[in-house]
Ligand binder design. Structure first.
Ligand SMILES: Nc1ncnc2c1ncn2[C@@H]1O[C@H](COP(=O)(O)OP(=O)(O)O)[C@@H](O)[C@H]1O
Ligand SMILES: [Mg+2]
Length: 215
């Protein structure tokens, strides 16, 4: 394992027949320069959304989320990658937390096998300070939970041929962010995200639009 440490995702995933990913942190976990909050605020000022993930130190994510929030920018935290608990300070800074069903179970210590269980686990996240969750449910699609509102459920858009789903979760969360920045409603953004995630890993935007137009 490279200097800087690595994190392994997936003991739980492998046991359930899902993919399992090994991450070597390397440079991502090392040598982050000290920055002033003002420098970061300037960086985020022109952004539509900030999508954070956990393969960098939590302290860097906290600094970025703080600066993004001050700049009035939507902060989304993609949960995958690292199974260590997410610091409360970071949870309270993000606008949307985006776990899959197993990451949600890990985060809350609660079962997530059914939609009812998932809804209960999401309520625990609300109690932990997270107002919105974009939960990825594999072949069951995805769902957006906003505290105090009915969840919006989104089934998958069946793919012509499933070549593999590695990266589908990253794609779904990123595509949701893109659609949000374009000013789409939550429901429209979920549909766009499902279309993007149904195409093999990380499609270009034209391919997603073409698929949506063909439905
Ligand atoms: N077999 C499939 N066909 C079409 N879309 C899929 C399929 N599997 C996953 N997806 C899409 O990819 C999204 C993300 O996959 P998921 O397994 O939920 O996330 P993760 O990769 O984080 O575990 C799903 O919400 C769904 O929209
Ligand atoms: Mg999955």
């Amino acid at each position: 394992m490279a200097e800087g440490g690595g994190a392994r995702r997936g003991d739980a995933a492998a046991g359930r027949g899902e993919n399992s990913i090994v991450i070597v942190g390397g440079a991502n976990m090392l040598g982050w320069p000290e920055r002033t909050g003002e420098e970061d605020t300037e960086v985020f000022m022109g952004a539509g959304a900030v999508l954070l993930q956990r393969e960098i130190p939590d302290s860097v994510n906290i600094q970025a989320a703080e600066a993004a929030k001050i700049s009035g920018v939507l902060v989304i935290l993609y949960v995958g990658g690292v199974e260590t608990p997410i610091p409360k300070e970071l949870l309270c800074l993000v606008h949307i937390l985006s776990p899959n069903e197993m990451e949600l179970a890990c985060l809350t210590g609660m079962p997530t096998e059914t939609f009812e269980y998932i809804s209960k686990a999401v309520r625990k996240c609300h109690e932990m300070g997270v107002k919105q969750l974009l939960v990825k449910l594999g072949e069951e699609g995805s769902a957006l939970f906003v505290e105090g509102e009915e969840p919006i459920r989104r089934p998958i858009i069946p793919a012509a041929k499933v070549l593999g789903t590695t990266g589908a979760g990253d794609t779904l969360t990123a595509a949701y962010a893109v659609s949000h920045v374009e000013g789409k409603t939550r429901k429209e953004a979920l549909k766009f995200a499902a279309a993007a995630a149904s195409i093999r890993s990380m499609p270009k935007i034209d391919a997603v639009i073409e698929l949506l137009e063909s439905l």
